[in-house]
Every structure is written in C-alpha cells, then in structure tokens.
Write a protein that binds this ligand. Structure first.
Ligand SMILES: Nc1ncnc2c1ncn2[C@@H]1O[C@H](COP(=O)(O)OP(=O)(O)O)[C@@H](O)[C@H]1O
Ligand SMILES: [Mg+2]
Length: 212
C-alpha cells in the first residue's frame, strides 16, 4: 500500500506521523520505504540524525521532491510492503503527483474551533484526483489532541460527518514526539508502553485494516 500524509498546512504532523507509521510497521516486520517529498527534508534529516546517534535502521528514507512521484513510487513499492509519503508543501504539482501515487491519503489535522482543518485547495485537489481514481481512500487523522477539551470533542464530532471521514484512532498532544525527534528516535523506542506508543500502534493497525 502507498500511504501519503498530506495537508498543505505546515506543522500539523505530516512528518511525525509518516515517521511513526513507518517505524511501527517496520517493527512489525514490514519492509518500508519512506519518501520525503518535502524539499525541506525533515524526514531525511531525522534519518541522518538517527545514523549519527548510532541507532539501528528501521526503514529507508529517500528524498523525492518532484512532480514525478507518481511514476517513481509504484516502482519503489515493488520492493517494499508499504510506501509512506511524507507530503509536499503547498505546490499543486507535487500534491497532484502524490495524490496520483497514493492508495490512501491521511490528512493530519489539529483540533481547532474553525473549520480550517485542511485548505480548500487541498480538498479540491483530492476531489479532482478521485475523478480519475475513485478507489483512492482518504481519511482525516486528529493529531495533537488534548482528549478532554471541548475543542477536541467538537472537532471530532464535526469531522465525523465529513468526507473524507475521520480515523477512529487519534494522537494526543505529547511532548515525547517533539523531544525524541531531536535524537532521531520514535516514541515506542523510548517507552513501548507510553500513551504515545499505544496511540501510534492503534493508528497503524487501523491504517492496516484499510489496506486494499
Ligand atoms: N502529537 C504531537 N504532540 C506533540 N508534538 C507534536 C505532535 N505532532 C507533531 N508535533 C510536533 O509539531 C511540530 C510539527 O510537526 P511536523 O510533523 O513536523 O508537521 P508537518 O510535517 O506537517 O509540518 C514538530 O515539532 C513535531 O515534533
Ligand atoms: Mg513535515
């Protein structure tokens, strides 16, 4: 399966979730390649940091910030169980290419009282891609969620009736994600039993159930 983490908004958790989904699958024995489609190269930096820290390689990360992603991703998919694409920024050509490559689009969003979870442009590009690829799956993922706040609940309720629908698994606002990323580590490597690690495992399992 090719999963793309997309949202033209920055800072919503595309890279964080792409790394953790890949890492969780890798520890379950899956062969994963992560494509860093962002010219900023945060996933590539993370991978390099990991090497510097002497940590074992969990999955390969390659940089492919090009509009030809949809041609290269299926080729890479032949040698892997899953491909995870850490999405491009606001460039329509890149976004189109990622949408053409993907089997599943995950749109990380943060709880917000406004209905600005994904840009209208992003949803328009998704609708456009689905004309050609009606089998393309898409889901919102609620990230940085403070479970007991009214905003989180209201966002989840609003997105429940939304198309694309919301994943049941949500990821909390947890400082471990940011802290561990600095040293190239994933939350389950620090504490397998942490809330963050359990949330990632649940999200990964739910993604697995969507597999075509
Ligand atoms: N669930 C979370 N809890 C706490 N911090 C988070 C969480 N998800 C992401 N972050 C932090 O927020 C920042 C932006 O996340 P990032 O994954 O880089 O977003 P994007 O790739 O969409 O720009 C990073 O510093 C990251 O560590
Ligand atoms: Mg990023």
């Amino acid at each position: 399966m090719i999963v793309a983490l997309l949202n033209q908004k920055g800072g919503v958790g595309k890279t964080t979730l792409a790394l953790h989904l890949s890492g969780q699958w890798a520890r379950e024995g899956k062969r994963i390649t992560l494509i860093d489609a962002d010219p900023q190269g945060s996933a590539l930096d993370w991978s390099q940091q990991r090497t510097r820290e002497g940590l074992p390689r969990l999955f390969g990360v390659i940089g492919l910030a090009r509009d030809t992603l949809h041609r290269e991703a299926p080729e890479l998919a032949r040698d892997a169980d899953h491909i995870v694409i850490d999405g491009p920024p606001r460039v329509a050509g890149r976004m189109r290419s990622a949408l053409l490559a993907a089997d599943l689009v995950l749109i990380p969003v943060q709880p917000s009282p406004l209905d600005g979870w994904a840009s209208a442009e992003m949803l328009a590009l998704l609708a456009e891609a689905r004309i050609y690829r009606p089998q393309l799956l898409a889901r919102f993922v609620l990230n940085r969620c403070a479970a007991r706040t009214v905003i989180a609940r209201e966002t989840a309720e609003t997105l429940a009736d939304h198309d694309p629908p919301l994943m049941s698994a949500t990821i909390g606002q947890r400082v471990a994600f940011a802290d561990l990323a600095q040293s190239g580590r994933l939350v389950f490597e620090a504490d397998d039993n942490s809330a963050a690690a359990r949330e990632i495992a649940a999200l990964t399992a739910e993604v697995g159930r969507l597999a075509p």
